[in-house]
Design a protein around this ligand. Structure first.
Ligand code: HEM
Ligand SMILES: *[C@@H]1O[C@H](CO)[C@@H](O)[C@H](O)[C@H]1NC(C)=O
Ligand SMILES: *[C@@H]1O[C@H](CO)[C@@H](O)[C@H](O)[C@H]1NC(C)=O
Ligand SMILES: *[C@@H]1O[C@H](CO)[C@@H](O)[C@H](O)[C@H]1NC(C)=O
Ligand SMILES: *[C@@H]1O[C@H](CO)[C@@H](O)[C@H](O)[C@H]1NC(C)=O
Length: 325
């Protein structure tokens, strides 16, 4: 009896050690990181996000996307938020971000509120993680306990943001899997997180090729999109269309139903449902169960948020999210 107990204790320690080493990048994040140093952090972030979304629903989508684009490039370190300076070019003008990312003013507003109630305590990288969670919840999606304790980078890397760390809307399935695998996310995470495209908008330039050249697209859907996205090269590039044709302001499972009906807006959306493809069964599953989607989405968001945070004495807590202290 005693020896059986000690051997199972022993295997528990082996598991703990393995987790400690394999999942080490997130080992320092915690749900209670600010419970003493800034107990009102959640209220403060939520109230700014709520009023921004009340003012414009799309802002919830834009804030969610900021956290994604931060985490995929050198980890969740707020590097995305740095403005260009004379000594480096930040990530804001990299291909996937330029003329596309939005919500920076909302982040500034959250940061200035937080500086008033707890000066120099809450990182910009953590603000993005909380704002993403709040946005999803406010628009009708799941909630989750955000892990905190990320610190902010002192610099940014244009090249990394510009050269493949972020997936392109023209990507095929194997390219999507590769970009996600590079940050520790698997096929299930890829499909669940792509469900973020149940909210928000895309520019004509991101889907022009699909609506004119592809065959796995619903004909009337393609036609409707073409009416505001002219075929001429360079024309109408910034015209917007909802990523989810049915309920663009609600975080729901309509995105997955759209894929089954060949109404995915981006090439990278529709490839998730190529018949017989390895991700099609997940698309089917989520299209029939909001509970399953919500639960997988929440888990995948936490996993994404764990990517290579700066912790301990690395990085800094920026006072202004746009520049290093
Ligand atoms: C699977 C690979 C992905 C690709 C190729 C991709 C690509 C894109 C593109 C091209 C746009 C439109 C940008 C524009 O035209 O200006 C967009 C918008 C958006 N993406 Fe993704 N994305 C991916 C995954 C994700 C993930 C993982 C999230 C979040 C968890 C996300 C959240 C969003 C949101 C919310 C919008 C709308 C933003 C707004 O309206 O401001 N995407 N994405
Ligand atoms: C970003 O977009 C602006 C405005 O369209 C353009 O002038 C600039 O060249 C772009 N930057 C990069 C790095 O592509
Ligand atoms: C920036 O990212 C590129 C591409 O990932 C990498 O080769 C380069 O070493 C990075 N530069 C710095 C200063 O980290
Ligand atoms: C995906 O795209 C890459 C780059 O264009 C290409 O090399 C690869 O063969 C494609 N894979 C599939 C399965 O189509
Ligand atoms: C359609 O595909 C052709 C051939 O690849 C390409 O030259 C053309 O630019 C594409 N059309 C659009 C609207 O993207």
């Amino acid at each position: 009896m005693a020896s059986r107990r000690s051997s199972s204790l022993c295997s528990i320690w082996v598991i703990v050690l393995l987790l400690g080493f394999t999942g080490s990048s997130s080992a320092h994040l915690s749900k209670h990181f600010y419970s003493k140093s800034c107990p009102k952090v959640f209220d403060a972030v939520k109230s700014v996000v709520q009023s921004a979304v009340n003012n414009e629903k799309r802002m919830g989508a834009s804030l969610l996307r900021l956290h994604f684009h931060d985490c995929f490039v050198n980890g969740c370190d707020g590097s995305l938020l740095l403005d260009d300076t004379s000594s480096f070019t930040g990530e804001k003008t990299a291909g996937p971000n330029n003329n596309s990312l939005r919500g920076f003013e909302v982040v500034d507003k959250i940061k200035s509120q937080l500086e008033k109630i707890c000066h120099g305590v809450v990182s910009c990288a953590d603000i993005l993680a909380i704002a993403a969670r709040d946005s999803v919840k406010i628009l009708g999606g799941p909630s989750w306990k955000v892990k905190l304790g990320r610190r902010d980078s002192k610099t940014a890397n244009f090249t990394a943001a510009d050269s493949g760390a972020l997936p392109a809307p023209t990507a095929n399935l194997s390219q999507l899997k590769t970009t996600f695998r590079a940050v520790g996310l698997n096929k299930r995470d890829l499909v669940a997180l792509s469900g973020a495209h149940t909210i928000g908008k895309a520019r004509c330039s991101s889907f022009k090729d699909r609506i004119y050249n592809e065959t796995n697209i619903d004909a009337s859907f393609a036609k409707a999109r073409q009416s505001k996205c002219p075929i001429t090269v360079g024309s109408g590039d910034n015209n917007l269309a909802p990523l989810d044709v049915q309920t663009p302001g609600t975080f729901d499972i309509a995105y997955f139903k759209n894929l089954i009906n060949q109404k995915g807006l981006l090439h990278s959306d529709q490839v998730l449902y190529n018949n017989g493809g390895s991700t099609a069964s997940l698309v089917k599953k989520y299209s029939g169960s909001a509970n399953t989607f919500n639960s997988h989405f929440a888990k995948a968001m936490i996993k994404m948020g764990n990517n290579k945070p700066l912790t301990g004495s690395n990085g800094e807590i920026r006072l202004n999210c746009r520049r290093s202290n």
